[in-house]
Design a protein around this ligand. Structure first.
Ligand code: SF4
Length: 255
């Protein structure tokens, strides 16, 4: 007898690892190759990613550009915090991000390499993650992005899209984004090009198909193995609803 699909099932690790490999293959067929090339230099990646939290990429880019109009990193550290907050006002929560960015820059300036983060390349991934996440305003997603994108460390940034899709499909049980980092990393291969491509293709899939509310399951290449689709058909609830109600919501079967 085939077991009923259950949203947020706690699958064995080997099954979750296989499911993620299958997702990567399907998304590759849909969106193609992604070559692991740094998209911007490490300090730019770090500060931009802090600015990107709860912010669209257009606003993030505008905030970064205006921040740089203050001057170099030293000038940003020396500027009044209100001026920094004003420069990054298109990013959400500028008043809390401004002092954190200044303190992060100060600590990096005072580190042995100064603003050159190249030393992170040869550090063990665990230590490099710790070094970055000890900086104010730098969470595990930001640190993972810098380490994977710029230094090809085998880490996996979990943003809202990655979190939502892997939860709906059933690659991880329902949990917060922080915990999802650990859960996914445990079952993903230590293969930076694989991790990079999977991250970028999940991001694209989340923007175009598996959206927060009303995901377009009818055109989704992950549909055949997606727990949420198996349970809810083309009426997959918004992700807020899944997060609020958790396990108990999974009652409807595929029609
Ligand atoms: S089938 Fe629907 S819920 Fe599942 S991954 Fe695709 S779009 Fe998302």
């Amino acid at each position: 007898m085939t077991a009923e699909p259950v949203l947020n099932a706690a699958r064995p690790e080997n099954e979750r690892a296989e499911l993620l490999r299958w997702m990567k293959t399907e998304l590759h067929a849909e969106y193609g190759d992604r070559h692991l090339d740094p998209r911007r230099e490490p300090m730019h990646e770090l500060i931009s990613t802090i600015l990107s939290q709860r912010t669209t990429w257009q606003d993030e880019a505008a905030a970064y550009d205006e921040l740089c109009e203050i001057g170099d990193w030293d000038a940003i550290i020396a500027a009044p915090t209100e001026a920094v907050a004003h420069a990054i006002r298109r990013s959400n929560y500028p008043e809390s991000k401004a002092p954190r960015i200044q303190e992060t820059l100060r600590r990096i300036r005072d580190s042995p390499g100064g603003y050159n983060l190249e030393f992170l390349r040869d550090m063990p991934s665990k230590d490099a993650l710790k070094w970055l996440t000890d900086l104010p305003g730098v969470g595990v997603k930001t640190a993972s992005l810098v380490l994977l994108f710029n230094y090809a460390h085998p880490v996996f940034p979990v943003d809202t899209h990655v979190h939502r899709i892997t939860t709906r499909v059933g690659a991880i049980p329902l949990m917060g984004e922080q915990a999802a980092h650990r859960a996914l990393l445990k079952v993903l291969p230590e293969d930076p090009p694989f991790l990079y491509e999977l991250h970028l293709n999940l991001l694209r899939h989340g923007q175009q198909v598996c959206q927060w509310s009303r995901p377009k399951c009818g055109v989704c290449v992950l549909r055949e193995r997606c727990d949420a689709f198996a349970l809810f058909g083309d009426k997959v609830p918004s992700f807020s609803e899944t997060k609020t109600k958790g396990k108990g919501t999974a009652t409807r079967k595929r029609t």
